[in-house]
Ligand binder design. Structure first.
Ligand code: AMP
Length: 434
C-alpha cells in the first residue's frame, strides 16, 4: 500500500516524499482513513510507530480543505486544532513534524510550553494560530490570561495520554476540555491502554473508533534487549567498559535522578568518554541545544532522567541504556521504544544490580520472557541477581491477599504488535513495585 491510496492531497504527498517515507506504517494505514471520515479515534500506539503522522496528516488535510481552500480567516487569539502533549520536548517534536508535513500548505502551528518567556507565545496567538501543540500547564496559563479562546476549535488530540496521566495532568486536562466547544473531533493516542486512559477516553470521547494493530512481524520493532548484572558500585565503570569494548558510537542513557545524571557524566568524562546530561532542572534553551547536538551526533552519549527523555525522537537512535531500571514497567516499554523506530534495528541494554530484582521481575513477567544476560568477565558480581520467577506462586497470605495470580510465561500468548510484549494478564508483583 502506498500513501497515494490514502486520499491525501498532492501537497502533503510531496512533503512525505521529501522526507523519504515510501509507505504508510500500520497505524497510519488504519488511522488516516478513519480520521478523514471525521470520526473520533482512540489508538494504542507507541512512539516510534509513526503515530504522529497518523494524526497530523489527516488533521492538516482537513484544515486545509475547510479553511485554506475557502480562504476563511482565523480570528485573533483563536486556534483550530489543539494537540495536548506531556512534555516540552514532545511539543517541539510534534510541531516540527507539523511544519515538515505541512511545508507546502499555508497552515500555521506553534509549540507552547512552560519554562520560556510567555510574551512571545502570547504575541503569536494575537494573530491566531491554526494548530497549537501544548503542554497542559502553559496552556492553562494562557487561558487564564485570556490570551486564547477555543470557539473556533475543531479538533482535539491527546497524545501520549498515558504519560500525561502518569505525570498528574488529569485535572489540567479536564479543565481544558471543559472549555472546548462540544462539536469537535477527538483523537486519543496512548502507548498503553490502562484503566485510567480508558476512563479519560470515556469521559471525553463519544463512541470512538478503537484502533489496535494486528500482530505481525513487519510492525514489530526490532529491538535486541540484553542485560548485565552488576554490583551497584561498579555501574559507572561497567558502562565505560561497555562503551569502549563494544565501541558504542551512541547511547541514550536513562538514570533515575538529576544528581545521578550529573555525577555519571563526570565519572564517564574521567574515563575519557565525553557525555552530556539532560533533566528537568536544566534551562529549556540548554536542553534544546543539547538535544540538537545529540541528534546531529556532536554529543554521542546523553544521560537523561525519565521525564526529560520523554518525547525524544531521534530517527536512527541505535541504543538505549537503562543505567537504572525504571520502577514502572510501562516506563521500560517506553524507554526501549526510543530505539528500533520505523523498522530500524535497535538495542536496549540494562545494568541490573541486586536491589533492582523486583523491577526486573515485573519487567520480565510483562515481556513474558527472561531478558538475555551477558557476562562481562572483567566485572564479576558479588551480589548475585537471581533469575526472575515468571511463574512465581507466592505461598504467604500477604501475596494472596493482593490478588496475585500466577501467569504462565510459556503459554503461547498474543503479542502486542507495537511493543512485541506479551498480552498476558499483567504481572502483579508480590512486592510493592514503585
Ligand atoms: P513517531 O511514532 O510519530 O514518533 O515516528 C517515529 C519516526 O518514524 C519519526 O522519525 C518519523 O519521521 C518516522 N516515520 C513516520 N512515518 C513514517 C513512514 N511512513 N515511513 C518511514 N518513517 C516514518
Amino acid at each position: 500500500m502506498s500513501f497515494s491510496t490514502l486520499k491525501l492531497s498532492p501537497l502533503i504527498l510531496n512533503a512525505i516524499d521529501d522526507l523519504g517515507y515510501s509507505k504508510p506504517t500500520a497505524i497510519q494505514k488504519q488511522a488516516i482513513p478513519v480520521i478523514l471520515s471525521g470520526k473520533d479515534v482512540i489508538a494504542a500506539a507507541q512512539t516510534g510507530t509513526g503515530k504522529t503522522a497518523s494524526y497530523v496528516l489527516p488533521l492538516l488535510l482537513q484544515l486545509n480543505i475547510r479553511y485554506k481552500d475557502t480562504n476563511q480567516k482565523l480570528r485573533g487569539k483563536r486556534i483550530r486544532a489543539l494537540i495536548l502533549v506531556p512534555t516540552r520536548e514532545l511539543a517541539v517534536q510534534v510541531e516540527t513534524s507539523i511544519s515538515e508535513y505541512g511545508k507546502y500548505l499555508n497552515i500555521s502551528s506553534m509549540a507552547m510550553y512552560g519554562g520560556v518567556d510567555i510574551q512571545e507565545q502570547k504575541q503569536r496567538l494575537i494573530w491566531g494560530v491554526d494548530i497549537i501543540v501544548a503542554t497542559p500547564g502553559r496552556l492553562l496559563d494562557m487561558i487564564h490570561q485570556r490570551a486564547l479562546h477555543f470557539d473556533e476549535l475543531d479538533m482535539l488530540v491527546l497524545d501520549e495520554a498515558d504519560r500525561m496521566l502518569d505525570m498528574g495532568f488529569i485535572d489540567d486536562i479536564n479543565n481544558v476540555i471543559e472549555r472546548l466547544p462540544e462539536q469537535r473531533q477527538n483523537l486519543l493516542f496512548s502507548a498503553t491502554m490502562s484503566e485510567a486512559v480508558r476512563g479519560l477516553a470515556k469521559r471525553t470521547i463519544d463512541k470512538p473508533v478503537e484502533i489496535t494493530i494486528k500482530a505481525d512481524q513487519a510492525n514489530k520493532p526490532k529491538i535486541q534487549q540484553w542485560l548485565v548484572t552488576v554490583d551497584k558500585t561498579d555501574k559507572s565503570a561497567l558502562l565505560s567498559h561497555l562503551i569502549k569494548t563494544f565501541d558504542w558510537q551512541q547511547a541514550l542513557i536513562f538514570i533515575e535522578t538529576k544528581h545521578g545524571a550529573a555525577k555519571l557524566v563526570s565519572q564517564l568524562e574521567k574515563r575519557g568518554i565525553s557525555a552530556e546530561n539532560i533533566h528537568s532542572g536544566r534551562a529549556q534553551d540548554i536542553r534544546e541545544s543539547i538535544l540538537n547536538n545529540f541528534k546531529s551526533g556532536k554529543i554521542k552519549f546523553l544521560v537523561a532522567t525519565g521525564i526529560a527523555a520523554r518525547g525524544i525522537d531521534i530517527g536512527d537512535l541505535t541504543r538505549v541504556v537503562n543505567y537504572d531500571l525504571p520502577g514502572k514497567v510501562d516506563d521500560y516499554i517506553h524507554r526501549i521504544g526510543r530505539t528500533g523506530r520505523a523498522g530500524a534495528e535497535g538495542e536496549a541494554v540494562s545494568l541490573v544490580s541486586k536491589d533492582n530484582f523486583r523491577e526486573l521481575c515485573a519487567i520480565e513477567s510483562r515481556l513474558g520472557h527472561i531478558i538475555e544476560r551477558k557476562e562481562i568477565a572483567e566485572f564479576p558480581v558479588k551480589k548475585i541477581v537471581p533469575i526472575s520467577i515468571l511463574n512465581f506462586q507466592p505461598k504467604n497470605a500477604r501475596s494472596k491477599s493482593i490478588g496475585f495470580k500466577p501467569s504462565n510465561a510459556k503459554t503461547k500468548s498474543a503479542t502486542n504488535s507495537i511493543t512485541g510484549e506479551s498480552k498476558r494478564p499483567k504481572f502483579k508483583s508480590p512486592w510493592p513495585v514503585k
